[in-house]
Every structure is written in structure tokens, then in C-alpha cells.
Write a protein that binds this ligand. Structure first.
Ligand SMILES: NC(=O)c1ccc[n+]([C@@H]2O[C@H](COP(=O)([O-])OP(=O)(O)OC[C@H]3O[C@@H](n4cnc5c(N)ncnc54)[C@H](O)[C@@H]3O)[C@@H](O)[C@H]2O)c1
Length: 317
């Protein structure tokens, strides 16, 4: 049987693809990026025999359906990880970005309905809690505090109704603030660059705010592990959601200090006061720990930073 991973060349998606292919499963990547060349996803290379690539835009409904239909009858699950992720530029192109996140998911889940795909994993976000204070459990009401969060709320509501109406086994993973191998800080938003850029040799980045905020930044391998545990879980309620993060919030200025200690270099990064994201932290991950046996490895961010540093050093050209 085959798992389709939409957004499988992205940060989280590529590690999900890695983990599935590593255990010998056939995985098909559906992504607008055509293949892994130039993406520095070195960790996929040993597993390429188990991975197929479909260069598809999820807004190109007809091509999407045609390419999914090529696997009809042998798809065990679809994982939806296509997104324009949260950041200060999301609001600059609202129609396009909301379309990719929400119409994109609708296109994929509806193709799953028509093709009889039994299981659908929606990569959602702790953004569905907005700025409600940390320790958020899955039974809190939704609160969107930005357009990205609104797409995540909309997707969860739609996916759950697809589950209830059409009997698809829908599961939702609420991820939070991912970092680590597969994504270079220099390609990310200013806060990410300031916090993790020292690991890549960046210096002197100034960000107007974010210095007073603590978030549960989660190593991407832990994020992927949580999604796979959810995929494998024997039974969940229709559209049931699980928080997947490291469960420990760390202050952003502290992360910069850890990076400087690790590299032995002053990076001269400056964060102004206040919050960067309108979010509370950390997510309460006890449900995933108990029900999915999810055990994040990098609960001490210093260990996660060290792992990230090694990857960046190993792939620097
Ligand atoms: N990164 C985080 O901190 C974070 C936090 C919470 C939730 N999430 C969620 O996790 C999921 C994965 O996030 P990520 O960090 O891996 O994102 P990413 O940006 O690294 O990957 C997204 C992938 O989607 C692909 N894509 C974008 N538009 C497309 C389109 N129209 N058609 C086909 N493919 C398209 C991109 O090529 C990319 O490979 C998303 O749903 C995101 O909202 C991420």
C-alpha cells in the first residue's frame, strides 16, 4: 500500500516521507517543487527507491485528480502538508495564500473521497488556539488571531465534516513552531533567522519584536514522529485533533544565547520587546503522549540546536 504526502518536499513533509520510506513503505510525494534537486534534502537520498514524485500544484484540480487516480486502489492514506506557513508576509497575498491552504486541502480531500482513500491526515497548527494562554488542550474552542490561523481553523472544520459525512478516517495533527534539518535559517522569516541564523554563520539581524516571547520550538524529527504516530494509531474519533510539539516553551533571546554558546561566536542578533506571533505556549501534549505514545526526543532545545548545527555544517557548500 502507498501513502501520498502532499507538500512532501517541505520541511515537515520531507521528514514524514523519510520516516515512512525508511521503514520500507512506498511513498508518493505530491508537491509543486518538482524533485529534490537543489533542495538540500540529503536525508531522502538513501530512500529514493521507495519514493515517487508527482510535480503537481494542489490548485490545479484536474491534474491533481488525474495524478492521484494513477494510484487508485492502493492508497492507504493521504497526508496533507501543503501550506503557506505563518509569518509576517502571509497577509500580503491573502487570496493566493488562503487559496493554497484551504482550497488546496479541499481539492485533495475531495479527490480522496471520490477515489475511496480510507485515511486522511491534516497537518494543522496550534494557531487554532490563537493567543489563548499556554497549556492549551485539544478541547479549547478555536480562536484565530491571524489569516493563517483562520485557514487552519477552516481546514479542521471542513476535514472533520468530511469524516462525519463520508466516513473517511480523518486525523488532525496540531503542529507548532518547527525548526531543524531541512530548512536553512537564511530562507526563513526574520525571527527564525535571528534565532537560528547563528548556526549558519549569519550575524547582525535585528527584529522589531519577539524578545519577550517564549514558544515551544520543536525539532522537525519530533514533529514528524508525532505525525507518524498519529497515522499509525489504531482508532481515533472522526476528525480528532492531537497537539504535537516538544511541550516546552523557551524564550527567544535565550535561544540566541544557546546558539552563541554552541558556536562559540557572538552573532549580534537583536530582538525588540513584545511578541512576534500572536500565540500562547506551550501546547499541552499529554494527550499525544498517552494516546499516541508520542515521546519528543529534543525537549531540551540545546540538544535540538546541536543536531541542527551538525546538519547545517555538513551540508554547507
Ligand atoms: N513549520 C512550522 O513551524 C509549522 C507549524 C505549525 C503547523 N505547520 C503546518 O505543517 C505543514 C507543513 O509545514 P512546513 O513547515 O513543512 O511547510 P513548508 O513551507 O516547508 O512546506 C510546504 C510545501 O508545500 C509545497 N507547496 C506550496 N504550495 C503548493 C501548491 N500550491 N501545490 C503543491 N505544493 C505546494 C511547497 O513546495 C513545500 O514543499 C503545513 O500545513 C503547516 O501549516 C507548520
Amino acid at each position: 500500500m502507498t501513502t501520498l504526502v502532499f507538500g512532501g518536499l517541505g520541511h515537515v513533509g520531507s521528514w514524514i516521507v523519510h520516516d515512512l520510506a525508511e521503514r520500507g513503505e512506498e511513498v508518493v510525494v505530491f508537491d509543486r517543487a518538482s524533485d529534490i534537486e537543489g533542495l538540500e534534502l540529503d536525508y531522502l537520498e538513501p530512500h529514493l527507491p521507495n519514493i515517487r514524485f508527482e510535480n503537481v500544484d494542489v490548485l490545479d484540480t484536474h491534474t491533481l485528480f488525474e495524478r492521484m487516480r494513477a494510484y487508485e486502489g492502493r492508497i492507504s492514506a493521504a497526508i496533507f502538508g501543503v501550506a503557506v506557513i505563518a509569518g509576517p508576509t502571509f497577509q500580503n497575498r491573502p487570496f493566493r495564500n488562503i487559496g493554497i491552504n484551504t482550497t488546496g486541502m479541499l481539492n485533495v480531500i475531495d479527490a480522496c473521497r471520490i477515489l475511496g482513500v480510507p485515511k486522511f491526515i491534516n497537518l494543522s497548527s496550534g494557531a487554532v488556539y490563537g493567543n489563548q494562554p499556554g497549556g492549551q488542550t485539544e478541547d479549547l474552542p478555536f480562536k484565530a488571531t491571524d489569516l493563517y490561523g483562520a485557514t487552519k481553523v477552516a481546514n479542521e472544520v471542513l476535514a472533520q465534516q468530511y469524516s462525519l459525512t463520508y466516513g473517511i478516517d480523518v486525523r488532525q495533527a496540531r503542529l507548532y513552531f518547527v525548526y531543524g534539518p531541512g530548512k536553512r535559517p537564511s530562507t526563513m522569516h526574520p525571527l527564525y533567522k535571528a534565532m537560528f541564523g547563528g548556526l549558519e554563520g549569519l550575524t547582525g539581524i535585528e527584529v522589531a519584536n519577539g524578545g519577550d516571547q517564549s514558544l515551544d520550538w520543536t525539532h522537525v524529527r519530533d514533529t514528524a514522529q508525532g505525525v507518524i504516530r498519529l497515522l499509525d494509531a489504531p482508532q481515533v474519533e472522526p476528525g480528532e485533533a492531537f497537539n504535537i510539539s516538544c511541550g516546552v516553551a523557551t524564550n527567544h533571546r535565550e535561544i540566541i544565547e544557546h546558539v552563541e554558546l554552541l558556536t562559540g561566536r557572538e552573532a549580534a542578533m537583536r530582538l525588540g520587546s513584545g511578541q512576534y506571533f500572536s500565540r500562547g505556549a506551550p501546547l499541552d501534549i499529554s494527550k499525544a503522549r498517552q494516546r499516541l505514545k508520542f515521546t519528543p526526543r529534543f525537549t531540551d532545545i540545546r540538544e535540538g540546536l546541536s543536531d541542527y548545527h551538525e546538519w547545517l555544517a555538513g551540508t554547507q557548500t
